[in-house]
Design a binder for this molecule. Sequence first.
Ligand code: NDP
Length: 333
Amino acid sequence: MPIRMLNGGQIDALLPMSECIDVMAEAMIALSDGRAQLPLRTILRLPKNRGAFGAMPAQLDQPDAFGLKAISVYPGNEGSRWDSHQGVVLLFEPEHGTLAAIMDASRITAIRTAAMSGLATRLLAREDAGDLAILGSGVQARSHLDAMRSVRSIRRVRVWSRTPSSLEAFVVASRAAGVDVEAMESAQAAVAGADIICTVTGSKNPVLQGEWIASGAHINAVGASLPETRELDSAAVKHARLIVDRRESALAEAGDFLIPLSEGVIGDDHILGEIGDVAAGKLTGRRAAEEITLFKSLGLAIQDVAAAHWVHRKAAEQGVGQVVDLGGTRHAS
Ligand code: NDP
């Protein structure tokens, strides 16, 4: 049973952002058409408040693939040598049900999550949106900078982060990569007048307030993924056209939606639909230049499986990765 093992560097090379955005579009359209299966993710909250462990299985008809992401989320790893999201994506070959690949989940997660925001921005932001604000400066901040530059002509980037040394490191790394980024002293200063706002923090409480958001802005809300946590205050959600990655997940997991709902600030009907519906042309995203659009991202296993399938196909074609044999194939005696 040969299994291809792919590390983070190999995944980076095989999954450029622009390709991943198109892969995500296909996967989300498949979800919106009912051509995918995925239960809500199973999350174990680990003792001693260390973090969480998630199991995320999914199956897609097109591409024909199924698999599982097993990932630990340790927010305390921020700023250390350990990623806050670590694990593997297991990709199976559907013909015989054989395990085909094992991949680093950190890089798949970093790229596919930003690619989802890239897709949402491509579909929902104004065509002329070029002033970008990023709140947060970790792994997702870096991949979101890449994603936003893939879908819009970005002319200005402002970043705010809670810890000055993290902010400084982000600015230095971005400039070294050829992107000029302005470090801002507050989230409010970062988002003032911005056309696109990405919230990519581990915060449990709002870092973005509705009164700061300019008309016509598009927001990608990526960080909070539990019913009791959120990055946006209720006003920010109330005044926006809200599109989610998946309705069932938002109803179960998105504090950004559930908290204003529980306060009576918004109603059940505030979720207009899923991004796959917008991608498929079944739902209108932005209707006017002055509207505020909001994409709430929770992250779905089909995104991991679709990205892994893409990476695996290219890796096999190019002979990239280490092939190991675990045995286990039945042989005629
Ligand atoms: P990192 O650990 O790399 O970075 C975390 C960032 O969050 C840092 O910039 C940190 O800022 C900031 N932060 C942490 N706590 C706070 C706080 N209380 N207030 C303000 N800022 C805070 O994580 P990632 O970049 O990988 O992930 C960012 C978020 O996105 C996480 O919440 C993660 O769970 C979520 N995520 C969502 C996915 C999705 O599909 N929707 C997928 C993957 C991740 P500083 O260093 O300045 O303190």
